[in-house]
Design a protein around this ligand. Structure first.
Ligand code: GLC
Ligand code: CA
Length: 545
């Protein structure tokens, strides 16, 4: 079977502010990334997803763009970007960029013009409503970052709509000039040599604000189909939509090839499993492996053959996987490797978030002042006003603040983890002295080398790409185990996600004398034919035929 290239690729996400600072201003930048391309090539990844590097007032760290065609000066120049694309290509690495077009910055020239007068030619690029007759807000939609989704604009005596911060006004996709401008901009970037896009909150672009339909709105898929025709068709790009609202049924609408929309989407069901139904991520539930396995099994089975999964534990909005699902103390290395094995064994395109490959952990700054993330800071002040205690709020922040993922990358044990020689924009996690790239590269059994082996295996073993998924031991709360089957081969993937030593009795049909261990994360495994013994947090991938 021949595959589109993105089905056999592994993607690495870079959060540019926090990756590598090349000019001693405390902020990561494009030249810093270029200086680490050899490291990424060594890891073996095929694609870099670059979080936004466009010109921006940085209210939401670049997810608020004021010029889609230029690079933020703190990150570099267009010439640096061209050099990054070229230097990556030399190493067989493609670059995809973040497409943030549900909203722009309020400092984008379109909005600056639109907010001045109802006669502005850009007025209709955004969403405006008058107050209700009694003077209240147009409706009660709330912003994800706290407060109402409507902000008053004195010059025009009405309100603009924003689902994120007040500095991120939503674009009006019902005005054909907006998609036209977006598609032209996408083509300019694709022509410049990038290989596709990660599409920020793309499930929100088809909204119907008056009927309070935001995600998965009525015009979403017609926009995505028009976008495909106008930009992606014939380009062989990788596109991945960020879609918190997606279900297996709607995933097919986005990613069934004949519909010509996207390559794949990020689904978040495994993430939201630990969210409280009312308070969301700020009041997390205990992690439940049995429920988690059911979610993955559902996505694996339902998308097989007619759509494509993206596989991830981490990104720049989420806590560190080893802290959330593993054990970031005694078993940090083992549990990071077990989680990686469980994820990379499934069908789909794996995404690795910077630092995940060395097992970076959550951080617990004592003072709210050490947090930079707008969501975290807004939440803290809003909930404090509502009467929550600072202790409870800090505990929630330690678990789920987006800054957990955003502390600078740990390159070595020197000051500021080798990320910068200046004061970093966000404090480093103090555990960099023991958790860092230099240390991980020096140890053949490190998390880094385990990721390297997993990535390599995906390139040589087609069962990992094509094999059908079958969950094993669904009710056992300590182990995530499944099969991947083709006519030619059956793979067994088993990860002990507990500190107990486990014995897994293999079903008769799986017993074979010729079992071969392809990957083993810890204690070497032998004699898989009858039963499989797994020490605490050990994981294996075994070929059973
Ligand atoms: C997405 C991004 C997040 C950002 C938000 C608004 O969820 O991943 O970082 O704050 O969209 O653009
Ligand atoms: Ca810099």
């Amino acid at each position: 079977m021949t595959h589109p290239w993105w089905k056999t690729s592994v993607v690495y996400q870079i959060y540019p502010r926090s990756f590598m600072d090349s000019n001693a201003d405390g902020m990561g930048d494009l030249n810093g990334i270029i200086s680490k391309l050899d490291y990424l090539a060594l890891l073996g990844i095929d694609v870099i997803w670059l979080s936004p590097v466009f010109k921006s007032p940085m209210d939401d760290n670049g997810y608020d763009i004021s010029d889609y065609d230029d690079i933020a000066p703190e990150f570099g120049t267009l010439a640096d970007m061209d050099r990054l694309i070229a230097e990556a290509r030399v190493r067989d690495i493609k670059i995809i960029m973040d497409l943030v077009v549900n909203h722009s910055s309020d400092e984008h020239p379109w909005f600056e013009s639109a907010r001045q007068s109802k006669d502005s030619p850009y007025r209709d690029y955004y969403i405006w409503r008058e107050a209700q007759p009694d003077g209240s807000l147009p409706n009660d939609i709330r912003s994800y970052f706290g407060g109402p989704a409507w902000t008053f604009n004195p010059a025009t005596n009405d309100y603009y709509f924003h689902q994120f911060s007040t500095k991120q006004p939503d674009l009006n996709w019902d005005n054909p000039a907006v998609p036209d401008a977006v598609y032209a901009m996408m083509n300019r970037w694709l022509d410049r040599g990038i290989a596709g896009f990660r599409m920020d909150v793309i499930d929100l672009i088809g909204k119907d604000v008056d009927n309070k339909v935001l995600a998965n709105g009525p015009t979403l898929h017609s926009h995505l189909q028009a976008m495909h025709q106008a930009t992606l068709k014939g380009r062989d790009a990788l596109t991945v939509g960020e879609t918190w609202s997606v279900t297996p049924e709607t995933a097919r609408l986005y990613s069934a090839p004949e519909r010509e929309e996207l390559s794949m989407v990020f689904q978040f069901e495994h993430i939201t499993l630990t969210f409280d139904p009312v308070h969301g991520k700020w009041k997390p539930r205990e992690f439940d492996l049995v429920a988690l396995k059911q979610v993955f099994a559902k996505w694996q089975t339902e998308l097989a053959g007619n759509a494509w999964n993206s596989l991830f534990w981490n990104n720049h909005d989420l806590p560190r996987a080893v802290s959330k699902y593993g054990d970031d103390g005694t078993y940090r290395e083992a549990s990071a490797k077990a989680l990686a094995t469980a994820l990379h064994g499934m069908q789909g395109t794996p995404y690795v978030y910077q630092g995940e490959e060395i097992g970076m952990t959550n951080v617990a700054f004592e003072s709210i002042d050490d947090y930079q993330d707008i969501e975290t800071r807004n939440l803290y002040s809003e909930r404090l006003e509502q009467g929550d205690s600072p202790e409870a709020l800090m505990a929630a922040i330690h678990k789920n603040s987006r800054d957990n993922a955003r502390t600078p990358m740990h390159w070595n044990g020197s000051d500021n983890a080798g990320f910068t020689t200046a004061k970093p924009w966000l404090k480093v996690n103090p555990n960099y002295t023991t958790i860092n790239v230099e240390q991980s590269l020096a140890d053949q059994n490190s998390i880094f080398h385990h990721y390297q082996r997993l990535i390599q295996l995906r390139k040589t073993n087609t069962t990992l790409v094509d094999g059908q998924f079958e969950l094993l031991f669904p009710d056992r709360p300590q182990v995530f185990a499944y099969l991947r089957k083709t006519d030619a081969e059956t793979l067994l993937v088993a990860a002990n996600l507990s500190t107990e030593r486990l014995t897994l009795q293999l079903p008769d049909k799986l017993r074979t004398e010729t079992a071969r261990v392809l990957i083993c994360s810890g204690t070497p495994v032998t004699g898989v034919s009858q039963q499989l013994e797994l020490a605490a947090y050990d994981a294996v991938i075994v070929s059973l035929s």
